[in-house]
Design a binder for this molecule. Structure first.
Ligand code: ASP
Length: 340
């Protein structure tokens, strides 16, 4: 049997495949037809291409697109050793987080990448991101895929997808993962941090968890936030879960009206998920008085989860798990390495 890896490149859109139109604005173009000229053929990899017929700027991505990406992976899972998803950088961390939850039992690499400059540009970062992603996805240990999870590869770093977040819109190093070290660093050689990678699971079965509940939202706190704004969010008809972006280690105002609004929402069955606005560190409910009451009214600690992972995890759990007690428990528990 040939050891040559077979990878599927899934093109969804993003800057990597864009070009300037007559107005000088970047718009997606038919990257598919030109793909071949961009691939370097000295890698011992067979590459298939699946291009979405209507490539998008990732600002337009929504859960239907996540289902479509997941479906392509599921349909081609047996035929390929790994998958590269070419995606815009703006919402890449949301998509990578969502897919990490949706692809239960994943045992092959799914690597999201893109670029800050279109692939046709002279100084583009696209080629390196694409070629290194291919090499990483093709990497094997004892004939098995080395990477068996959803990742983001960008500017020399392989990050766990549901730990990543976009932090730069100008420089090439657009992503970081403050609470989990890089899974690999690519310089002259690609150095893997093998002990940090999700282990290969013998006999794992891929299950596509595609039911997502979008009756969720994010409430970011700031000094001066008004009662009517908080109430408007928490009383949104049919809302089931709110990621509350708190300060520091999970702290929030202690005004009576604020506490009462949260408590009333919790009592109505709305899940309140506490995620810190800090990109590093974690929520520790009860460390300060300004978070002790949050615990008492039933708020759920997100630990060191990112907002991107928190909101997509809520969509996934509310869509796939009926028992709300179980949803609450799973929100505090790592299910795909998204929290410590
Ligand atoms: N607006 C683009 C997108 O996310 C930005 C990029 O790809 O870097 O699709």
């Amino acid at each position: 049997m040939s050891d040559k890896s077979k990878l599927l490149l899934i093109y969804t859109g993003g800057t990597i495949g864009m070009a300037h139109d007559k107005r000088g604005t970047l718009v997606p173009f038919d990257f598919h037809t030109q793909m071949d000229s961009f691939l370097v053929h000295d890698l011992d990899i067979e590459v298939g291409v699946h291009a979405f017929s209507d490539p998008i700027d990732s600002s337009d991505v929504n859960p239907e697109d996540w289902k479509a990406i997941g479906q392509v992976i599921v349909d081609n899972y047996q035929k390929y050793d790994g998958f590269i998803v070419l995606h815009g950088t703006d919402t890449m961390s949301y998509s990578a987080s969502a897919l990490s939850f949706m692809l239960e039992g994943l045992n092959k690499p799914v690597i999201f990448t893109g670029s800050q400059l279109p692939i046709g540009g002279a100084r583009s970062d696209a080629r390196e991101n694409l070629m290194s992603s291919l090499e990483i996805a093709a990497s094997k240990v004892e004939g098995r895929p080395r990477v068996t999870e959803v990742c983001v590869y960008f500017s020399g770093m392989l990050l766990r997808g549901n730990r990543s977040r976009k932090v730069q819109s100008v420089h090439f190093d657009a992503f970081e993962s403050e609470n989990y070290p890089p899974l690999a660093q690519a310089g002259v050689t690609i150095d893997f941090n093998q002990r940090l990678l999700a282990p290969y699971q013998t006999n794992a079965q891929l299950i596509f968890r595609h039911r997502l509940d979008t009756h969720v939202t994010i409430l970011k706190l700031f000094p001066g936030i008004r009662k009517e704004v908080v109430d408007c969010v928490l009383n949104t008809p049919s809302i089931r879960g709110v990621v509350v972006e708190t300060y520091g280690s999970g702290n929030a105002p202690t005004y009576d009206w604020f506490i009462q609004s949260l408590e009333a929402a919790n009592n109505r069955g709305v899940l309140l998920y506490n995620v810190s606005q800090c990109s590093g560190g974690r929520v520790m409910l009860g460390k300060y008085e300004s978070s002790l009451y949050l615990k008492e009214i039933g708020m759920i600690s997100g630990g060191d989860i990112t907002t991107e992972a928190a909101i997509t995890k809520m969509m996934y759990l509310l869509g796939e798990v009926d028992d709300l007690k179980m949803v609450r428990y799973l929100l505090t528990t790592p299910i795909r390495g998204e929290m410590a």
